[in-house]
Ligand binder design. Structure first.
Ligand SMILES: Cc1cc2nc3c(=O)[nH]c(=O)nc-3n(C[C@H](O)[C@H](O)[C@H](O)COP(=O)(O)O)c2cc1C
Length: 248
């Protein structure tokens, strides 16, 4: 089964190295236009997109060598202003419900943009740090906005790497969640384990062993999921939620 959409989706890979060349205005406009065709809660588009191509601003956010970044905000501010001016000003927009719906809206829109960009030969990757970043001073986003997602875009310097995925049965459940055995889980992560053991150099594997890391589960759990590091990030996310005024 194949068509152009499926081909683009099947070939997805994140690109993190970009040419200096700017994305042409007509192309940017087109991918933004198709981005906002995405499904969204109540068709109120509870998001805003902040396109950043000002190098000083990008640098202020600690972003280098990326020609363009799109920050998707879960935005209840614009809807609130609309209600205040022309509707019921007591309407609750900054609720927990609003927060989650607007996050869906923002991320679905951003992913539409990502797919459209890829289909036109533009490389993209997400920066997951955005939810914890202190962006207010750089983009002046008002209350009732929260940074849900950030997409980095540009013309690719390389093809990127086509990464593995877990087998379908690891991630899909039919009708109810089936609790797997340890052996099943081991099997599902086998490909990752093999890649870890074969793609790392002997020296690297030796170095990791001296740190008590013998397999990829240990590599992830001991490095990427360090409590102290994640607690700091989580604290900053909570600060952003609090400052956004969303009642979560
Ligand atoms: C929520 C989310 C956060 C991500 N954060 C980062 C990030 O901070 N830095 C980065 O280089 N890639 C980031 N990525 C890209 C993932 O690392 C990438 O999608 C994953 O490793 C699979 O690789 P692929 O996209 O090339 O198939 C993120 C992706 C998502 C969906």
């Amino acid at each position: 089964m194949n068509n152009e959409v499926i081909t683009v989706l099947k070939n997805h890979r994140s690109i993190r190295s970009f040419e200096k060349k700017k994305i042409e205005k007509e192309i940017l406009d087109e991918i933004l236009k198709v981005g906002i065709r995405a499904a969204n809660g109540g068709n109120l588009q509870g998001y805003s997109l902040v396109v950043l191509d000002d190098l000083d601003k990008l640098e202020a956010l600690g972003i280098y060598n990326i020609p363009l970044v799109i920050i998707a905000l879960a935005d209840a501010y614009r809807t609130k202003r609309w209600f205040n001016a022309f509707g019921e000003n007591k309407a609750s927009v900054n609720t927990t419900h609003g927060f989650f719906i607007n996050n869906w809206d923002a991320l679905i829109c951003l992913h539409n943009i990502s797919i459209a960009a890829e289909s036109l030969g533009i490389g993209t990757y997400y920066n997951g740090d955005i939810t914890s970043m202190d962006i207010g001073k750089v983009i002046n986003n008002p209350e009732y906005t929260f940074p849900s997602g950030m997409l980095c875009l540009g013309y690719p310097k390389n093809e990127g790497r086509f990464l593995d995925r877990l087998p379908l049965e690891a991630v899909v459940h039919y009708n109810s969640y089936r609790i797997p055995t340890d052996e099943e889980i081991k099997g599902w992560y086998n490909e990752k384990e093999n890649l870890f053991q074969t793609r790392n150099t002997k020296e690297k594997l030796e170095e990791l062993r001296t740190k008590g890391i013998f397999n990829i589960a240990q590599a992830y759990s001991k490095n990427k999921f360090k409590k102290e590091e994640l607690e700091k990030t989580s604290k900053n996310i909570k600060r952003n939620i609090k400052e956004s005024g969303y009642d979560v």
